[in-house]
Write a protein that binds this ligand. Structure first.
Ligand code: NAD
Length: 466
């Protein structure tokens, strides 16, 4: 192989895990190649996931405010507030193009060699791009991300039965949208289309929405969605579809009865699976586990020498920021530094209204693990800034070790919870205690004061609640 196609590190997959790993490798002086099959870098997150959905959440919130809430705040709009979905989608696309263009520029400026096409492992450090041997590297990082999971009895057709890939780009507002799965994707995109006027029904198999969140959080969130007109059925196991009076219905089993919900569009949001199609894993002797995940050790090493894996294809939450941290850590390890990810403090956010953000363990998880805890809660109804901003739906909950007072977890339900959670994350990163939170000066009036108050509440010392 020529010098121009031989690298210290080659990364397959240009999402948040892969492109961040590439940038960090290049910063550390490693000759780096990045193989990506999409024309634009940024992976699912930038192209069809986190970023476009956030753009839609923002514009739908503005529309909903203008159409339904403005008058109560004294903003009188003459005439009917109408929606131009073409403009909405164009704005979303512009956001995506700006960000993917930015990543492209960073990758170029760092001197990273980009290969555009599908990467396949050939063994001995060699990689084919679109089936032609193209490069070789001493170290290979797999960062190929994830793909949506299908329901076998309800295959997606991209028209009526869709995934998030299509639900971020509908060309009209569906009259009836049925969302299957009350995880982050279902709740976020369900919120978007409900604000734009769809009748949204969410069907969730488990007893609570937002599985994995604190039960108090799930219950509170469910009440908020109901107020927003989103119908939610928990304990509902979707089994298929059927026509009733000439209309398509989604059918679910619920508490021994059949539930049928009319649907113009059906969003299947029942999870994602590792994406390793045609990656050549068998060629290098890597066998994914039953669910498709690649096993790695604490240093991201797979069972194949010189091959590492990060992001959605390995254990841990399928989150862009987790993949990014792993990208940095593996680059540092390959450069001989001490790369490390603190998996105990990875925040998780659902960007609904209110937003939900959590980090560390929940009360239920502490119980399961037999950890003695103290809990402090503070409701936003008692927070001045929340009252002044029509944002009283929510609360903060802090879980601290009963013995040491060290913060073990925190949950926030609030407008802006996604930004607020960083405070708890930072305290946890430095081993902070609930008392530390309670003694940290917060600007007044801010919704963040609820975090301080929840920290104080751990020892019954909250000032503005009983
Ligand atoms: P998820 O796994 O978070 O939620 C899927 C839900 O579908 C679960 O609650 C499950 O019980 C339910 N379900 C499964 N089969 C069902 C059936 N037959 N009938 C009814 N309900 C059923 O999956 P997701 O929301 O699709 O998200 C996929 C991944 O992407 C997750 O790992 C998520 O963390 C990540 N993601 C994160 C964000 C964010 O951080 N804001 C946003 C989008 C996606």
């Amino acid at each position: 192989m020529s010098d121009s196609s031989t690298f210290d590190v080659a990364i397959i997959g240009g999402g948040p895990g892969g492109y961040v790993a590439a940038i960090r490798c290049a910063q550390l002086g490693l000759k780096t190649a990045l193989v990506e099959k999409r024309a634009a870098l940024g992976g699912t997150c930038l192209n069809i996931g986190c970023i476009p959905s956030k753009a839609l959440l923002h514009t739908s919130e503005q529309f909903h405010f203008a159409a339904h809430q403005a008058a109560a705040s004294g903003v009188e709009i003459e005439g009917k507030v109408s929606l131009n979905l073409e403009t909405v989608m164009a704005k979303k696309d512009k956001v995506v193009t700006q960000l993917t263009g930015g990543v492209d520029m960073l990758v170029k400026k760092r001197g990273i060699t980009r290969f555009n096409g599908h990467g396949t492992l050939l063994g001995d450090g060699k990689i084919a791009v679109d089936e032609k041997e193209a490069l070789s590297a001493k170290h290979i990082i797999l960062a190929t991300g994830s793909a949506v999971v299908d329901l076998p009895f309800l295959p997606q057709d991209g028209e009526t039965v869709v995934s998030s890939d299509q639900a971020i780009a509908f060309d009209s507002v569906p009259e009836n949208l049925v969302v299957i799965g009350a995880g982050a994707i279902g709740l976020e995109l369900g919120s978007v289309w409900a604000r734009y006027g769809s009748k949204v029904t969410v069907l969730e198999f488990l007893p609570n929405i937002a599985a994995g969140c604190d039960t108090d959080v799930s219950k509170l969130l469910e009440r908020c969605f109901k107020k927003q007109g989103i119908k939610i059925y928990t304990d509902a196991k979707v089994t298929g579809t059927k026509e009733i009076d000439g209309k398509l219905n989604v059918v679910a089993e619920r508490k021994g009865k059949e539930l049928a919900v009319p649907a113009d569009k059906i969003l299947v949001a029942v999870g994602r699976k590792p994406y390793t199609d045609k990656l050549g894993l068998d060629t290098v002797g890597i066998t994914p586990d039953k669910r498709g995940f690649i096993e790695i050790d604490d240093h991201f090493k797979t069972s194949a020498a010189g091959v590492y894996a990060i992001g959605d294809i390995v254990r841990g939450p399928m989150l862009a920021h987790k993949a990014e941290e792993e990208g940095v850590a593996i680059a540092e390890l390959l450069a001989g530094k001490a790369g490390h990810v603190n998996y105990d403090v990875i925040p998780n956010v659902i960007y609904t209204e209110p937003e939900v953000a959590g980090v560390g363990i929940t009360e239920a998880q502490a119980k399961e693990k037999g950890i003695a805890i103290k809990v402090g809660k503070f409701p936003l109804q008692a927070n001045g800034r929340a009252i002044a901003s029509d944002a009283t739906d929510g609360m903060v909950k802090i879980i601290a070790c009963a013995e040491t007072d060290k913060i073990l977890g925190g949950q926030i339900v609030a407008k802006g919870a996604s930004e607020m959670i960083s405070e708890i994350v930072t305290h946890m990163e430095y081993g902070g205690s609930a008392e530390d939170l309670g003694r940290t000066v917060h600007a007044h009036p801010t919704i963040s004061e609820a975090i301080k108050e929840a920290g104080l509440a751990v020892d019954g010392a909250a000032i503005h609640s009983l």
